[in-house]
Design a protein around this ligand. Structure first.
Ligand SMILES: [Fe+2]
Ligand SMILES: [Fe+2]
Length: 362
């Protein structure tokens, strides 16, 4: 199999990216004051570890024409004249590149999550948060691994898209410990959950759907971690300090709404990037994505207490204030039970295959 580094359609800018850091690493000698909810989440994190090598059946392949076997309307430029006039083969190339670009962003973003989780372990003052974050570190490494293995099957990869890199850069440079949580656990993981969900719920390809279902089962725990940590912390800040966080959240929501337009893909394929991005903005794919995105983010923002004038006015202008009433617990429970359904399906299929093999041997 080709090496991932040989699959890049656009070469990344060098083989490394360094972000300067300026914060204190904190030890904590108080081992006794762990919050019950945080320690419960830590225990869950330990118990729910899984091995990507064995939980996922990597012998499954992707589809030649449509790797994830997604409905055509899930391609954001479907319906566009230039796309519709292409040959079957050309359309297949567009699907492979767009889907591969998305999985590339997942893989690259997961590395960002790995680094943010490790930063939390070193920086956060509370010992119980360090415990939980350590389980997230291994979760994120497993996510990078899973998406890398899936991406190899697309035979194409893309570097981290500039808007995601911008967001991560901002989060990592900030020396306030809560900003890592706010940027990663609330904003980027909310974005990730929305994007993973589209594939988990619409891909007919069992491998692509299963990878996303299993990663989501962990991610919804990570979002719960951010909620627990920040809900206790934000009430202790001044209004001015909370306003700064609200301004960051608003800016991040605009960036996620407007800038994830896959221009790298359209350029690579020789399409007009501006026209494609324009078509994409109003596509059914993006409408669904934005709704899912704000469903994942807005109620968390309210729950952690960043619900001052700044954010409410801003969200009202964006038309997303109504998402605040989403039942987050129900979403998290569904993420967990859907992943278990995938396990059950695999066990069933293997059971049938084993029985058939036994019959043949008899
Ligand atoms: Fe992750
Ligand atoms: Fe995560």
């Amino acid at each position: 199999m080709a090496k991932l580094s040989d699959l890049y359609a656009i070469q990344p800018d060098g083989s490394r990216w360094s972000v300067p850091q300026n914060f204190d690493v904190n030890f904590n000698w108080d081992y006794d004051d762990g919050r019950a909810a945080m320690m419960g989440l830590y225990r869950k994190g330990v118990e729910m570890q899984w091995n990507a090598e064995t939980r996922i059946d990597w012998t499954q392949e992707l589809d030649e024409d449509n790797p994830e076997q997604l409905p055509e309307q899930m391609l954001p430029i479907s319906g566009m004249a230039q796309y519709e006039s292409m040959s079957r083969q050309e359309k297949a190339t567009v699907r492979r590149h767009f889907q591969g670009w998305q999985i590339s962003q997942f893989m690259q973003g997961e590395q960002g999550a790995l680094i943010c989780a490790a930063k939390i372990v070193t920086q956060v003052p509370d010992a119980d948060s360090k415990f939980y974050a350590s389980t997230q570190v291994i979760d994120e490494a497993r996510h990078v691994e899973s998406y890398k293995r899936l991406l190899e099957k697309f035979k194409v990869a893309y570097p981290m898209t500039p808007p995601l890199q911008e967001l991560l850069d901002q989060v990592l440079r900030d020396s306030r410990w809560d900003m890592t949580y706010l940027g990663m656990q609330v904003v980027i993981e909310g974005l990730a959950l929305a994007a993973f969900q589209q594939i988990r719920d619409h891909a007919q390809n069992p491998l692509a759907a299963a990878v996303n279902a299993y990663v989501m089962q962990d991610e919804s725990r990570h979002v719960a971690f951010g909620r627990l940590a920040l809900r206790d912390y934000y009430p202790t800040l001044t209004q001015k300090e909370r306003d700064e966080r609200e301004a960051f959240l608003l800016e991040a929501c605009y960036l996620m709404r407007d800038r994830f337009d896959a221009v790298e893909v359209w350029k690579t394929l020789g399409l007009d990037p501006a026209k494609c991005a324009e078509h994409m903005y109003d596509s059914g794919f993006m409408l669904q994505f934005r709704s899912s995105l704000f469903t994942r983010i807005v109620p968390i923002v309210k729950d952690i207490g960043l619900w001052g004038e700044t954010i409410r006015k801003g969200y009202e202008q964006m038309g997303i204030l109504g998402y605040a009433d989403t039942d987050v617990q129900a979403l998290q429970d569904a993420d967990d039970s859907i992943a278990r359904d995938f396990d059950a399906r695999r066990a069933y299929v293997e059971g049938v295959a084993n029985r058939a093999a036994a019959l043949q041997d008899a």
